[in-house]
Design a protein around this ligand. Structure first.
Ligand SMILES: N[C@@H](CCC(=O)N[C@@H](CS)C(=O)NCC(=O)O)C(=O)O
Length: 371
């Protein structure tokens, strides 16, 4: 395998897991370097305007920060086969799961990392030492403290903990059922949705000691999928009869429908709708100039999960990803749109086809900017 890029990232980083898995599955050569490296601190951070991982460095040098944009870069290469299905249902569902993975599971990812100190802390300290420039335990602990605080921004507060756990346990059970039938979300080949979902499921939920052990006990097939997503081959020995392709006839398996219906009903639709309202209010009041940087969060979306009030950062980035799904939907022919509309209604996810913020988010020079 020839080395074609450098990946700045880390095993404990949620979004690095998404980009890394794509590179592995596509056979794209890379060398992973920790962001504690001097070159990252001195050259890469100024080039991408902020400390954020993952970043890939290509010849030039050209830098790309953002797991989705890294994948998009390779998806556009003519010699690399695309992992976005081109049939209507599988395409839209793949792009929808990309949103769910990037933003929809931050509460369990943060809770199971930061609220189990006895089990996780030593492991995390060692991991976080590789993120900081002097490799010291003191700096690692500071970085951990700031991430622990970040959990609260996503709605991980004591009053919501038991409901976050309950929902995650049920979600795991449904996902485990799916992976007892199929090696990947859409059959015998990973798709863009698998890379979205691996983000919370790799670094945090399958790797940190407490949730890792929980997943191995409660959902061993989900754990196998997280291994599989980090192997260059299909790694699907348990499925000797499964062909190395997406399920035929644009079918969405029933087991995956159950997972999506559950995610939508529990919080994805409510949170997305509340975030859109919050961001639209902010836009009305602030009217950012076109080209102005869009911050990670603009206020807090307020909604309920199983009757428990939650406040979570309203992130414009969610709508950057959602717009990709909505544009793909708009680009379908009429029969495709009709089919999708009825599938999304069946899954109780139809509002996600239209909920939007009043200004688009674009990417410019590695930043999210208001259009
Ligand atoms: N949308 C970005 C999010 C990247 C991101 O938030 N990365 C985390 C580590 S997993 C980070 O760098 N956080 C530090 C910060 O944002 O200050 C992506 O997909 O790459």
């Amino acid at each position: 395998m020839t080395e074609t890029c450098i990946l700045y990232g880390a095993p404990c980083s949620l979004y690095t897991g998404k980009a890394r898995s794509y590179l592995i599955k596509q056979g794209i050569g890379y060398r992973e370097i920790s962001p504690g490296a001097q070159h990252f601190v001195n050259d890469v951070v100024p080039a991408v305007h902020r400390w954020r991982i993952p970043v890939i460095e290509l010849s030039g040098p050209e830098y790309i920060q953002d797991s989705t944009m890294i994948i998009e870069h390779f998806e556009k290469q003519p010699r690399i086969p695309s992992l976005l299905p081109d049939t209507p249902k599988q395409k839209i569902i793949s792009l929808l799961i990309d949103v769910l993975g990037a933003e929809g599971l931050l509460r369990p990812a943060m809770h199971y990392r930061w609220n189990f100190k006895d089990e996780n802390n030593d492991f995390l300290k060692e991991n976080f030492r590789t993120l900081v420039s002097d490799g010291s335990t003191e700096m690692a602990e500071k970085a951990m403290d700031s991430m622990r605080q970040a959990g609260k921004f996503f709605g991980v507060r004591p009053q919501a903990v038991s409901v976050i756990e309950k929902i995650y346990e049920e979600f795991l059970e449904l996902l485990d059922k799916h992976f007892s039938k199929y090696p990947y979300l859409l059959g015998g080949r990973p798709s863009i949705g698998d890379f979205g979902l691996i983000a919370p499921f790799y670094a945090h939920l399958s790797r940190d000691p407490y949730p890792s052990s929980m997943m191995k006990k409660r959902a061993p097939r989900v754990f196998r999928w997280t291994e599989r997503m980090n192997r260059a081959d299909g790694d699907m020995g348990e499925f000797p009869d499964c062909s190395v392709s997406w399920i035929e006839n644009d079918e969405i398996p029933e087991t995956l429908k159950e997972v999506l219906k559950f995610a939508g009903k529990e919080d994805l639709v409510a949170e997305t709708t509340a975030a859109a309202e919050c961001i639209n209010k902010w836009l009305e009041q602030n009217n950012p100039a076109p080209g102005e940087k869009a911050e990670r969060g603009v206020g807090f979306a307020e909604f309920e999960i199983r009757g428990v009030p939650v406040q979570a950062l309203a992130q414009p980035y969610r709508f950057f990803l959602l717009a990709r799904m909505q544009k793909a939907f708009a680009g379908l022919d009429e029969a495709g749109r009709r089919e999708l509309q009825s599938l999304m209604e069946e899954l109780e996810l139809a509002p996600l086809l239209s909920v939007a913020i009043n200004r688009e988010i674009a990417r410019h020079d590695n930043l999210e900017v208001w259009q």
